[in-house]
Ligand binder design. Structure first.
Ligand code: LHQ
Length: 258
């Protein structure tokens, strides 16, 4: 069985981390395969939203610590540069929304990969652990970039230094994630978010993502300019014409992602 599963359904690419016996911890093969699958999603016009989840009890326990120890360990210089950093940049640059559905515990690289996604939802059984300090490492995978921007510096510092286990409910309350769903409804409700995104004007969503990616590093003036140029592009899409026509004709729009 592959360590990463990819299924395309209703214009949504469902990607599943699939090493359940290891709490979906990443080994090299799995990290490189996730990069390939993300590339496939980016290149395939039939994919208009990506949905990332984990198989089994956990979402992802981060790096497989068995792989960095022992006789023939994968070296640290390779792990970030070749495994994780390309995953994070692919997710942030992807011209389609990426929904992360955190089905269980997310630890180490697992949490920060989740936080790099556009919309993060969780099952009530999920939890988030910045486990790095427990083993003498620093948070990576963009965690020190995303978390303070998402929840503010004070809470981010405490969560990262103390390596507290944050429940899904707490994570929602502090704005770390968008929504928590009951265990029973989690799969259906989280996939429904991805399906509705897949039927929206994909290019406008990509431009929105591009603008948000720049938001925290731009001045207001620069951000206004960026919005102006992206709005110009959005206004020249077929989906914009469709959206306005549908509104005026009092019908539901039929967006094609064009
Ligand atoms: C695991 C793992 C795991 C292997 C659970 N590896 N087996 C960057 C730079 C360079 C190098 C290193 O990495 C990185 C990026 C990183 O991600 S660093 C952080 C690595 N991750 C961690 O430190 C998390 C370690 N795991 C845990 O803290 C706990 O297992 C969590 C909080 C994930 C879950 O706790 P529990 O629900 O109590 O489950 P458990 O501890 O009993 O684990 C279940 C099984 O999964 C167990 O196997 P076993 O055969 O005993 O049932 C664990 O050994 C295995 N597992 N995480 N990362």
């Amino acid at each position: 069985m592959s360590t990463i599963l990819l299924e395309i359904k209703n214009e949504v690419a469902l990607i599943t981390l699939n090493r359940p016996e290891k709490f979906n911890a990443f080994n090299r093969e799995m990290a490189l395969l996730l990069q390939n699958k993300l590339d496939e999603c980016e290149d395939n016009p039939a994919v208009r939203c990506v949905y990332l989840t984990g198989n089994g009890k956990a979402f992802c326990a981060g790096q497989d610590l068995g792989e960095v120890t022992g006789d023939n360990p994968v070296t640290f210089d390779k792990i970030l540069v070749e495994h994780y950093n390309p995953i994070i940049t692919r997710i942030r640059k992807m011209n389609k929304p990426v929904v992360c559905a955190v089905n269980g515990v997310a630890a180490g690289a697992g949490v920060n990969i989740a936080l790099s996604c556009d919309i993060v939802v969780a099952s009530e059984t999920a939890s988030f652990v910045q486990a790095f300090s427990k083993i003498g490492l620093i948070p990576d995978c963009g965690g020190t970039y995303f978390l303070p921007r998402i929840i503010g510096m004070q809470k981010a510092t405490a969560i990262m230094m103390l390596a507290d286990k944050v429940s899904a409910e707490e994570a929602e309350k502090m704005g770390m994630i968008y929504k928590v769903f009951s265990k029973e409804n989690f799969s259906e409700e989280s996939v429904a978010i991805a399906v509705s995104l897949s039927q929206m004007p994909t290019k406008a969503l990509a431009f929105t993502k591009q603008a948000l990616n720049e938001s925290f590093k731009n001045t207001l003036e620069a951000q206004l300019q960026l919005e102006d140029s992206l709005q110009y592009k959005a206004a020249h899409t077929k989906d914009y014409n469709e959206g306005v026509s549908a509104f005026l004709e009092k019908r539901n729009p039929n967006f094609k992602g064009e």
